[in-house]
Design a protein around this ligand. Structure first.
Ligand code: ADP
Length: 603
């Protein structure tokens, strides 16, 4: 936690303001008090001095009266006599109306007696003075302050001169200085006490504030457990209470957000669709597990990357295209080994003020769907093609008949037989298609029976053996004991018929066809092997697809529709078995299919 500098702290500010206030108050009081004290001291000093001076004036007046008839000398002696009795004053002078000094208390000025006074102020006063006057005078050399009192000396109401009295004011100012000292020390004491009080007062505010600050820091680091301890019920206490309840609310809100986030995270990670979110600039800031899987990337490698780059569409689209796109985009992520088509839908994240704040991309694997669509398109094209060929043939033969071939009986017979064959082939084709569509729609009823499979299989082989036209050898490798299977005999007959007729169709004169049945891993495995033309390895898996024929022209010539093995595959699958082929080009083909064996029927 960063500490607040002492000079910036509230505590310091409090102490500073308090002490300044006290200092100001003390100064004002001090100035006012010492001013008043000075005035009152000077006042009493003046009164006392004037009183003393008046007494002296009276005595001098009396002395002058007594020496009224005597000569100047005697009078001066009388005046000096009075002055000699004066004490406690700095200097007292008696000056007559002509400005002649008649007497002085200052030993240093005794020689001035009988001489004109040199002091211009006294000369001035001689002319104007009618009543006692006082003033403060500062010696410019010694800086000592004096109070000077001047009084007229009157004898029989006639002004005879004046009395000049000078008394040192030091005692007054010393007294004032003492008082000032007391005031200064009181100020210092008050300041110290105020500073201490201010410090403690500030602490009562800063302590809870510091606690709240600590708590706010803890909250920002995700710790909601702390509470500010309860203070008094003042404003700070109420603030602490509000702070505590705010923390509680925050904790609740945080818990809710956290729960929502967890929910969202688990929704996103278990979603079968990929979700990618970006910031305003299209940089990925969220990518779920499914997206990682679909795009084959790791989250830590792509966070912050541009979504255009991530989806490999930076050459075709701009970010604005994605913001505005309403249709989905199909992304081809196919590799050499695997086809992968992803449909991406984009929507923009909007802020409350309507500004775009990012992009959400939802990725959906549409490989299978696209494949199904492709197969469906192919299927429709195949059906149309398969139907068009016989129809075109029939049309041309019928046209030939109409154009006169009817007249030639032999030709007409031949032409009619061709159209008949084509019609039959079309009927076969349509029947096969109908059967397949029923099997697809699971609309075919299976009449399952418990059948001795060996006997059932042998019957079919026998039927072919009797009707076969080319010289083929049939080899049976069948178990002697019966094996029971739960099958729909009609449907399985159709499967086996198709396989055997293929084997016969594609076998050369004199070849062998081997029939084998074995029990393996809970299954009855049937194998029909010929020595015919074979099927190239790369086409092997495709022969069970609808309309797939290795050699289209040859198959058609042999009357095939290209749907036989596709139907066989559906029927075997409906029985819970599997069908596959093994072949070598020009050497022969083996078709295998399995049927499940019920427990206890393997006897
Ligand atoms: P078709 O009616 O053309 O025989 P099928 O679905 O029965 O249709 O067979 C599909 C294709 O598989 C055939 O066109 C043929 O090319 C190939 N095929 C099936 N059985 C054999 C076999 N025993 N020998 C060689 N090719 C075969």
């Amino acid at each position: 936690m960063q500490k607040v500098g002492f000079f910036k702290s509230i505590q310091f500010k409090f102490v500073l303001i308090y002490t300044l206030l006290v200092l100001l108050a003390m100064q004002l009081i001090g100035v006012y008090f010492s001013d008043r004290l000075e005035k009152s001291n000077l006042d009493s000093f003046q009164k006392a001095l004037i009183f003393q001076a008046e007494n002296l004036v009276y005595n001098i007046g009396e002395a002058m009266k007594a020496a009224d008839k005597a000569d100047e000398r005697t009078m001066r002696a009388k005046v000096q006599e009075q002055l000699n009795e004066v004490s406690g004053l700095n200097e007292v002078q008696v000056i007559d109306n002509n400005g002649i000094i008649l007497g002085t208390t200052d030993q240093n000025h005794l020689s001035d007696i009988g001489k004109q006074t040199a002091d211009p102020r006294i000369r001035q006063k001689l002319l104007t003075l009618t009543k006692p006057e006082s003033e403060i005078y500062r010696n410019p050399k010694t800086h000592n302050r004096f109070m000077v009192v001047t009084l007229p000396i009157k004898v029989y109401n006639e002004k005879r001169g004046l009395l000049y009295v000078e008394k040192n004011l030091d005692s007054v100012y010393e007294n004032l200085e003492d008082v000032n000292k007391i005031l200064a020390s009181a100020t210092v004491t008050a300041l110290v006490v105020t500073a201490l009080l201010g410090f403690f007062l500030a602490r009562t505010i800063t302590k809870p504030l510091l606690k709240m600050r600590e708590q706010a820091l803890a909250v920002s680091q995700g710790d909601f457990s702390r509470r500010v301890e309860h203070f008094e019920d003042d404003e700070i206490g109420q603030l602490a209470n509000s702070f505590n309840s705010m923390t509680e609310r925050l904790e609740e809100a945080n818990a809710t957000t956290e729960a929502e986030r967890r929910k969202l995270r688990s929704v996103l990670s278990y979603m079968t669709d990929g979700v990618i979110a970006t910031d305003r600039n299209g940089h990925v800031n969220l990518i779920n597990d499914r997206s990682e899987e679909l795009l084959g990337v790791y989250r830590q490698n792509v966070l912050g990357e541009s979504i255009l780059k991530l989806l490999k569409i930076d050459n075709e689209y701009t970010l604005d295209d994605l913001y505005e796109s309403e249709d989905s985009i199909i992304l081809d992520f196919s590799t050499e080994h695997e086809k992968l088509l992803i449909r991406a839908n984009f929507s923009s994240i909007k802020k409350e003020n309507g500004m775009t704040d990012g992009l959400i991309a939802v990725l959906h694997d549409v490989t299978e769907q696209e494949q199904i669509d492709e197969e469906r398109r192919e299927f429709v094209a195949n059906v149309s093609h398969e139907l068009r060929t016989p129809l075109t043939t029939m049309k041309s033969y019928l046209e030939a008949l109409a154009d006169g071939a009817m007249e030639d009986e032999e030709l007409a017979k031949k032409f009619l037989s061709v159209t008949q064959n084509e019609t039959e082939r079309m009927i076969r084709l349509v029947n096969d298609l109908l059967q397949l569509s029923k099997l697809d729609a699971k609309d075919t009823a299976f009449n399952i029976e418990r059948v001795n499979y060996i006997a059932f299989f042998e019957d079919i082989i026998e039927r072919f053996e009797l009707s076969k036209t080319n010289k083929l050898e049939f080899i049976r490798k069948l178990p002697k004991r019966p094996i029971y299977a739960y099958i729909d005999p009609d449907k399985m007959t159709q499967v086996i018929d198709n396989i055997i007729s293929n084997a016969i169709k594609y076998s050369p004169e004199g070849g062998t066809i081997t029939f084998k049945v074995m029990v393996k891993g809970g299954h009855i495995v049937t194998m029909i092997k010929d020595q015919g033309v074979g099927i190239p390895k790369e086409n092997l898996s495709k022969i069970f697809e609808r309309f797939y024929r290795v050699d289209r022209a040859r198959s058609r010539k042999l009357g095939g529709t290209g749907l036989g093995l596709a139907i066989a595959k559906e029927i075997v699958a409906a029985h819970g078995g599997e069908i596959w082929a093994d072949s070598e080009w020009n050497k022969g083909t083996t078709i295998y299919f399995t049927l499940p064996l019920k427990r206890g029927d393997d006897e």
